[in-house]
Every structure is written in structure tokens, then in C-alpha cells.
Ligand binder design. Structure first.
Ligand code: PEP
Ligand code: MG
Length: 580
């Protein structure tokens, strides 16, 4: 029977294919029988994994910066205690021996039993501790199977038919999305997630139609069900009839044709109707994305999210590996500027083996991005040296994420000088004039630009976080995603104020958040005076087309009026008129 589900449209286009269900890590664990003579080895495998995670948690605790909030240490201790309780560390051993099953399966069975007991508890706080149990179990499972292999193996099941498969998952992390880059799926849908979560951003950068927050899709859809995914409308049609299927096949052809037509303007310079040149840069996650950026006419990289180089692996890339990755992008961009953002881990971007606020009660407000780098100067220095060395091969800029305090910039600049001195001693070349800029993505930074404009060479507005922090809504949480409003007067004020103040101080100002890639926002940003846009490559041509059809003078007039308006409805009407 055909039915339709509605979710948050996060990446446009139409995908038609069969469902491939991806289960959460714990459910994805293989279940197999073992012989009685394999029990000792299986138990040893389990014990080694438990001991490994216990050691990992201890190391995490001892490596916590003294400034780290007490809750982080408390959480790590709690996880250590949960794991060390015989219910988790010993009971699976009994299950292995009794049921002659593999260690992963024994652990998942025990986890299910414990979670069921937690569900019975009246006290909400205690009941919620079941999430700690599952998190601890996932750590042990990952150690036994390997984080990447789990996702990879789940995806690899149907490798040959990927192009006709639509992935259906409860949730996908940004690290999972990296694995997607190696696959050719037609699209994906998830039960949870927000429109500017990094998972959504990755979907757009892969030009993969996607819908998030379908709530119960994972349970309502069966493996191999036929699906139509309309990533623009946020509509998923399950088991469509022939007439609907034909209608969407036609629609999909139309979308493909539009994309092909847009390719014609790839090499045309971006300028408004009144002749003002606009820079269109690309946001990338991995070095190979530079090729796609160039193919879509990018005239530089405005945001290289380097944290993706650190994901899905046990150890961080060393200076040499990072240098090679940065140099590869610099060389690929053939003299065009490459803005390399320093490590922005934390919140929804977690890295195996690192502790960037992962256990904090509020990771988006925790030890992340520049805060983490300043707390871990050795990690930061490795990255700064690698970036500086890459600057020897082209035009490189350093971008500091999440700045809020003047002292953060001062300290970061001191570390840049220190990295240069270390390279001098080592006899390594670098561009001594490398500019250091800052991301304006915390309202406090936007409201105290005077602290920063004297110290920095340029500004880049991260609208994703700026909106999250201005409106106090978690960008990954679909329950509040309706409140995520780029047109909120406070947001408009902060963006316009940053562009104006930055320009007045003689600094280039870019926008590199998702707003820069939304065609509906192009004229608004032009009218605010923005001359540099940075977005995922798949969006570059649509935005360029809009710029080519826009008069800057008209945009400026309309935006002046919009900035005097507070009524949400009126603002929307004004924007619609501007875009007409
Ligand atoms: C932003 O916050 O707008 C931004 C560009 O950075 P990220 O999305 O990686 O947090
Ligand atoms: Mg950000």
C-alpha cells in the first residue's frame, strides 16, 4: 500500500529507488554461533575490548584541561563505572559460554536487558541513564569491530545496486556521511536531524537528495520497498503506484536538465547586472572536493572544514599527512585562495579518541573549536605548521572558528608566530604574509567586532552557528528546527552589522554558512553589501545565476527597508518581492 511521509527537506533533487535500511550500530552487529572450543578466545576478545575502553576513558579523564567543566570528568567517571559493573563487564562472558554466541551479540543482548530495566524506572533522570549504557556499549562494540567497518559493512551489502538504493536510517553522523562519499547512493532519509546539522550540510555538498526528521520512517519502511524521495519538497512516497512513479520520473528528468543548463555559466565571471564583481568560493570537507569546486566555477575555497580529515580513524593525522592534504587543495586550486579553517571539532562533529566536549551536557556550548585548540596547543601547533607549510605552494588563509573573546585571538596569533618560529628552525618554507581571519558565529563576537577587527585580516560569518546561538536552538534538533529562522530580525541585524563594520574597518567579509548557498537569500546578502559568498559546490551555479540576474542598487534599497522591519510576515513579503 502506498503512503507518504513528510520531513525536513535538506538537499534538493529527486531520487527514485529501493530502500536500504541502516540500523544503529548496536543493531548492526553480526550474530553468529561459535564452537565450544572457541569460547576462551571469544571471551578474551571481549575482555580486551572492555579493558581497552576502560583505559581510553581513564586517558580521557587525565587529559582533560584544568579549565574543563567538572561535568565532563563526572560523565567520563560515570561511563567508566557503568562499564566496570559486572552487569556489563562479566554478564556477557556468561552469555558467550552459555549461548555459544559471538562477543558482540552477547554484549548487545545484555545491553537490551539492561535498557529494558531502565525503562521501568519512574525517576526520569535515572531512566535516561540508559543512554549512558548504550553509549558505553557502542564504545566497546566499536573497539571490537572498528567504527568505520560497521558503517561500511552495512553499506557494502548491496554495493553493486547502490545507484538505485535510497538509504533509510534512524540517524547519521557527519562521520557516517564521509563514508557515503565513497558510495553512489541515490539519496537518504533519516528519522531525526536539523536542516543545518553537519549531516544535512554534507548531503548538500554531495548533491544527494535527502530528507531528515521523518520520525518513524525507519520502522514504517521495509528493506527493498520502492521509494520516491523529493528532497526539495521534503516528501517521501513509499510504494508509489505507476502513475505517481511516471510523474516523478518526468520531474527528475526536468531537474537533471536544469542542472545541465546551469553548467553553461560555470566559467562566466560572477557579477551583478550593474557590473559589481562577486566572489563565489566553495566550502569543502576533503581535498578531493577541490575538483568539484573548480568544475562548478569556484574562484577559491572559502571554507575547508579540516575536522573531517580527523574522522573515522583511531589516531589524528600527523603534520606530514595534514600538510599533504592542505597542499593538495592549494595545488588543485591553481593560485586561487584557499581558506583553511583550524580544527572545529565538538558538538555534532566528534572524532574517535578525542574528548572535545563529547561528554559535556551541552556539547554545542562546550569545549569545542578554538576553545579545544587552545586547550590542546600541541595539537593546534601541528595543524598550524602543516597549514603554514602548505602556504608555500599558493595563497592560503587561516580561519579561526568560534571566536568570542579577544584573548582567544591573541593566543591563537601567538601560536601562529610560534609555529612559524618552529618552521624557521626546521628550515621549512612558508608564506610569512598568511592572513589570519576569524569566524563570526557567536553573537558576542558580532556585537563586539571592535575587539577583533584590529587583530584579524578578514572575517567570515558562520550563519549556521550564528543563528543557532542567537535564537538558542540546537541546529541538530528537529523538534526546534521550525524556529531556525535566518529572517529573524536579530539575525538580520547581526549579519548586516558584521558586514558593515568589517568593511568600515577595511576588512573583507565573507559568509560561509548555509545562508550563502540559499538562492532565496542571495539578493538579501547582496543588499547587505556582501561581496564574498562561500558555499557547498553543488549550489555555486544556482547562486551565480541569481547574481547575474540581480541589480545591486535595487537589492540595497530593498534591504534597507527590510532592516527597518520587525514583523516576520512583512519581512517575508519583502523578501518575496525582492526575489520576484
Ligand atoms: C557555520 O557555523 O555557519 C559554519 C560555516 O561552520 P560549521 O557549519 O562547520 O559549524
Ligand atoms: Mg560553525
Amino acid at each position: 500500500m502506498s503512503f507518504t511521509l513528510h520531513g525536513i527537506p535538506v538537499s534538493g533533487g529527486i531520487a527514485i529507488g529501493r530502500a536500504h535500511l541502516i540500523t544503529p550500530v548496536a543493531l548492526d552487529v553480526a550474530h553468529y554461533k561459535i564452537d565450544a572450543n572457541q569460547v576462551v578466545a571469544e571471551v578474551a576478545r571481549f575482555d580486551t575490548a572492555v579493558k581497552g575502553v576502560q583505559d581510553e576513558l581513564k586517558t580521557l579523564h587525565t587529559s582533560l584541561a584544568s579549565s574543563a567543566p567538572g561535568e565532563i570528568g563526572a560523565f567520563i567517571d560515570l561511563h567508566w563505572m557503568i562499564l566496570s559493573d559486572p552487569m556489563l563487564s562479566k554478564e556477557p562472558v556468561r552469555i558467550i559460554g552459555e549461548r555459544l554466541c559471538n562477543a558482540e551479540w552477547a554484549l548487545v543482548q545484555q545491553m537490551d536487558a539492561l535498557v529494558a530495566q531502565f525503562d521501568e524506572i519512574q525517576d526520569e533522570y535515572l531512566r535516561e541513564r540508559k543512554h549512558d549504557v548504550t553509549q558505553v556499549v557502542e564504545r566497546v562494540l566499536k573497539r571490537m569491530v572498528g567504527a568505520q567497518t560497521l558503517m561500511q559493512s552495512a553499506l557494502n551489502k548491496k554495493r553493486s545496486q547502490e545507484a538505485e538504493m535510497i538509504v533509510v536510517a534512524h540517524d547519521l553522523s557527519p562521520a557516517d556521511m564521509l563514508v557515503f562519499k565513497e558510495h553512489q547512493f541515490a539519496g537518504f532519509v533519516t528519522d531525526v536531524g536539523g536542516p543545518t546539522s553537519h549531516t544535512a550540510i554534507m548531503a548538500r555538498s554531495l548533491a544527494l537528495p535527502a530528507i531528515l526528521a521523518l520520525h518513524h520512517a525507519r520502522h514504517m519502511i521495509a528493506e527493498d520497498d520502492w521509494l520516491i524521495l523529493d528532497g526539495t519538497a521534503g516528501v517521501l512516497i513509499v510504494a508509489p503506484d505507476a502513475a505517481v512513479l511516471n510523474e516523478y520520473l518526468l520531474k527528475r528528468r526536468g531537474v537533471d536538465l536544469e542542472r545541465k543548463k546551469l553548467k553553461r555559466i560555470a566559467t562566466a565571471p560572477a557579477a551583478t547586472l550593474d557590473g559589481v564583481p562577486i566572489e563565489l568560493h566553495a566550502n569543502i570537507e576533503l581535498p578531493e572536493d577541490a575538483k568539484v569546486a573548480l568544475a562548478n566555477g569556484a574562484t577559491g575555497v572559502g571554507l575547508f572544514r579540516t575536522e573531517f580529515l580527523f574522522m573515522n580513524r583511531k589516531t589524528s593525522p600527523d603534520e606530514e599527512e595534514q600538510f599533504e592534504a592542505y597542499r593538495a587543495v592549494v595545488k588543485a586550486m591553481r593560485g586561487q585562495p584557499v581558506t583553511i579553517r583550524t580544527l572545529d571539532i565538538g558538538a555534532d562533529k566528534q572524532i574517535d579518541g578525542e574528548s572535545a566536549g563529547a561528554n559535556s551536557l551541552n556539547p554545542a556550548l562546550g569545549l569545542r573549536a578554538i576553545r579545544y585548540c587552545l586547550a590542546e596547543p600541541q595539537i593546534f601547533l601541528v595543524q598550524l605548521r602543516a597549514i603554514l607549510r602548505a602556504s608555500h605552494y599558493g595563497k592560503v588563509k587561516i580561519l579561526l572558528p568560534m571566536i568570542a573573546h579577544a584573548h582567544e585571538v591573541t593566543q591563537a596569533l601567538e601560536l601562529v608566530s610560534q609555529a612559524k618560529a618552529q618552521l624557521d628552525i626546521a628550515g621549512r618554507g612558508y608564506d610569512d604574509t598568511v592572513e589570519v581571519g576569524g569566524m563570526i558565529e557567536i553573537p558576542a563576537a558580532a556585537l563586539s567586532l571592535g575587539l577583533f577587527v584590529k587583530k584579524l585580516g578578514y572575517l567570515s560569518i558562520g550563519t549556521n552557528d550564528l543563528i543557532q546561538y542567537t535564537l538558542a536552538i540546537d541546529r541538530t534538533d528537529d523538534e526546534v528546527s521550525a524556529l531556525y529562522d535566518p529572517l529573524h530580525p536579530a539575525v538580520l541585524y547581526l549579519i548586516a552589522h558584521t558586514i558593515r563594520t568589517g568593511h568600515k574597518a577595511g576588512l573583507p567579509v565573507a559568509v560561509c554558512g548555509e545562508m550563502a548557498g540559499e538562492v532565496a537569500m542571495t539578493r538579501l546578502l547582496l543588499g547587505m553589501g556582501l561581496k564574498q559568498f562561500s558555499m557547498h559546490p553543488a549550489q555555486l551555479l544556482s547562486v551565480k545565476q541569481k547574481i547575474l540576474q540581480s541589480s545591486l542598487a535595487d537589492c540595497e534599497d530593498a534591504v534597507k527597508r527590510m532592516l527597518r522591519t520587525e514583523e516576520p510576515e512583512k519581512l517575508r513579503e519583502q523578501l518575496a518581492a525582492l526575489n520576484a
